[in-house]
Design a protein around this ligand. Structure first.
Ligand code: BGC
Length: 702
């Protein structure tokens, strides 16, 4: 008999349920409800896993109780949200996704895993890959953005990074892909609200990143809190058993979201805790995060015959198998207390952060900053706000180890006078006074970290408080103004885009934020970040995304009876993948070969890109496809490839993609994947802006 079978045979019912129980420690609070006393639970075998615990000493102490003082000596699984770094904080996912660089996505996850493992963590609740198209939703910040292709690549890279090639390695932690699925489509962007979503959109847009994580070997999956069309994801057997375990052969662990099993009663689909526990277990949820519904409800559910002993055993086995895969039975303390990553992690954080910055607008050549500058005013509530740079999921990140924007620029320009004045403390007139003698003003505007993330939906996406008043007063001085937008979502500030000499999206860039921003402002590097969400010009446009269908009356300028608004333009402020640099690039000669292909074949798509500027830089070119005639109306553009090339001034390069025709499949009439012959249009460009796209067509033969 193997270890798991032997343990199962020896376990009492309470001990089995204990292995499915994951209460929260007191160290971080990420959900509602009372916290349980952990020590006694661990000793008695009723607590087999914990979340929100870290620190080698703390974890070792609790683990010691499990492996030395509980009857069966089963080690604990210790979970934490290591969403974008552990102690060293990387840019928030919305920003990091904008690098379009799976190698970096993987490296930062690898580094975070090593740090977290050294702090006793064995499992992370990441990657979060909810496709997000509505910036009112605060959790857009945690997501890789609006596009399923990007989210899928992100999901796979992050999974590989957290887990490494060997889950037993002490620098690896188990990944949990979340939140399955459709959470990004909460009604009106309102957190936790019910979701209405077609099956087609669920399969075409929201599920692919989860399939990608499963294909990459993700250890765990977390269903979302929400319900889609009345079915709470925590009780969605068709999705968790049918789609996930059946169709995608997922063999890992399903972990509920925080308190989600108990909340099935509030959803109104379970009469009592036993019914809630039975619904979740039957749907395939193995671990109950923080609701104690399994502890309280499963014994009665078994007695009433709502679930079977075999179902319970199957879940317990899956949890034990994950502990075995992590090597916890042989080395319950794993990497706890070891040195963490063995490479310069702060340097990785700085490089990632500077590459995530998006230059949104730039006029008059104000950037990079002139080396002649002697006096800059840096104004705004985010200038010296190191803590805010960490963003809403800062895990074990420390404000005192974080570089503020002001500190970063001062370090980069030691001979320049950088004056600052906190308008919150000293008022707008004092801030204006500081600007008067300066040659240039840098406005540090945007959101505090707590304005994005969970339970941070906003109905107004302008600048909070008096920031607009401050910014307009500064702009009225007539000096060159560079605005830095700290935020976890696009902010709707068209007036700022119109008036400032340059605006940069600096998101929440993490521990090295200030240095990274200074690297870009001073021209040490040229900006390379691209938007992974379409940036609206008006709140009335959301949800907004580039992959829309044409409809029967697509937008036509000047035509009343077309899909548009009476009072605002239909175009966004910035298209998906927008992001300027200090160089400029020219694309030409897009070619597809062959131009007539069979369905099982692959085409080569190539395009030339030239650096038409006097500065070295990196060009990012996007490949889109459009299927103009199919049994289901298809999106106007779908992303299928990205390529980044470093180019010296005047240098040209030919970019190539190998694209299998199978990549043109879509969710057909019967909701299965379909590939239909016909003409396809391929487009290449620097963003999804239709005005900048080159086109070539191919014919796919049946
Ligand atoms: C969030 C999850 C998170 C969990 C544990 C929940 O509130 O929705 O994303 O993993 O808390 O912190």
């Amino acid at each position: 008999m193997g270890r798991i079978e032997a343990l199962l045979a020896a376990m009492t019912l309470a001990e089995k349920i204990g292995q499915l129980n994951m209460p929260a420690s007191h160290q971080a609070v990420t959900g509602p409800g009372a916290r349980r006393e952990l020590e006694e639970g661990v000793r008695s075998g009723q607590v087999g896993n914990v979340l929100n615990l870290w620190g080698a000493g703390e974890v070792q102490a609790l683990q010691r109780l499990a492996v030395e003082h509980s009857r069966l000596r089963i080690p604990l699984l210790v979970g934490l949200d290591v969403v974008h770094g552990h102690r060293t904080i990387f840019p928030v996912p919305l920003a990091e996704a904008g690098l379009f660089d799976p190698d970096i996505w993987q490296q930062t996850a690898r580094a975070a895993a090593a740090e977290a493992a050294a702090d006793g963590v064995s499992l992370t609740f990441a990657p979060m890959v909810d496709v997000a198209r509505d910036p009112r939703w605060g959790r857009m910040v945690e997501s890789p953005g609006e596009d399923p292709w990007v989210a899928s690549a992100f999901a796979a890279a992050k999974t590989r990074g957290f887990q490494g090639t060997d889950l037993r390695a002490t620098s690896s932690i188990a990944a949990t892909v979340k939140h399955l699925s459709g959470y990004g489509a909460v009604t009106a962007g309102r957190e936790y609200a019910s979701v209405e979503l077609s099956e087609r959109t669920l399969h075409e847009v929201h599920l692919p990143p989860f399939a990608a994580a499963v294909a990459a070997g993700v250890a765990a999956v977390m269903p979302a809190f929400i319900d889609v069309a009345g079915v709470p994801m925590t009780a969605n057997a068709a999705l968790l058993q049918g789609w996930l375990r059946g169709r995608h052969a997922f063999e890992g662990v399903v972990i509920s979201d925080y308190n989600a099993i108990a909340e099935l009663r509030i959803h109104g689909v379970a009469a009592d805790t036993a019914a809630a526990a039975a619904l979740a277990l039957s749907a395939g949820v193995d671990i109950d995060m923080a609701s104690e519904a399994y502890v309280e409800g499963l014994p009665a559910a078994l007695e009433r015959g709502l679930v079977s002993a075999a179902q319970l055993d199957a879940s317990v086995s899956r949890v034990l198998r994950l502990k075995e895969r992590l090597g916890l039975f042989d080395d319950p303390y794993r990497g706890a207390g070891t040195g963490g990553p063995d490479f310069p992690i702060r340097e990785l954080a700085r490089q990632t952060a500077r590459r995530a910055i998006v230059l949104l607008t730039h006029r008059g050549g104000v950037l990079p900053l002139s080396t002649e500058l002697q006096h800059i005013a840096m104004i705004g509530p985010l200038a010296a706000a190191a803590k805010e740079m960490l963003g809403p999921w800062a895990a074990a990140g420390r404000p005192e180890e974080t570089v503020s924007i002001l500190e970063g620029l001062k370090a980069a320009l030691p001979n320049c006078r950088i004056e600052t004045s906190d308008p919150d403390a000293r008022g707008i007139p004092a801030a204006l006074e500081s600007c008067r003698a300066a040659q240039l003003v840098i406005l540090c505007l945007g959101e505090e970290a707590a304005m994005s993330g969970e339970a941070a939906s906003r109905a107004d996406l302008g600048l909070p408080g008096k920031q607009r008043e401050l910014a307009e007063a500064v702009l009225d001085l007539g000096k060159p103004v560079i605005a830095l937008l700290t935020s976890g979502r696009p902010l709707i500030v068209p007036w700022l885009f119109e008036r400032a000499a340059a605006v940069l999206a600096t998101w929440f860039l993490g521990s090295e934020a200030g240095h990274a921003i200074a690297d870009v402002l001073t021209g040490k590097v040229s900006p390379t970040g691209k938007l992974t969400v379409t940036w609206p010009r008006h709140l009335g446009q959301v949800p907004i995304f580039y992959g829309q269908r044409p409809g029967g009356r697509p937008p036509r300028s000047g035509e009343r009876l077309s899909s548009s608004y009476l009072d605002i333009p239909v175009t966004p402020q910035f298209h998906f993948a927008h992001g300027l640099s200090y160089s400029s690039f020219v694309l030409s000669d897009l070619r597809c070969t062959p131009t007539a292909v069979k369905m099982a074949e692959t085409i080569e798509v190539s395009v030339s890109v030239r650096n038409a500027s006097g500065r070295a830089g990196e060009a990012t070119v996007f490949l889109f496809v459009r299927d103009p005639l199919a049994s289901i109306s298809r999106a106007l553009l779908e992303l299928k490839g990205v390529s980044r090339s470093a180019l010296e001034p005047g240098e040209s390069k030919r970019i190539q993609w190998q694209l299998p025709i199978a990549a043109f499949a879509f969710i057909g009439v019967d909701l299965d994947r379909a590939l239909e012959p016909g003409r396809f249009e391929l487009y290449a460009g620097e963003s999804a802006d239709p005005a900048g796209l080159l086109r070539c067509d191919i014919e796919v033969m049946g």
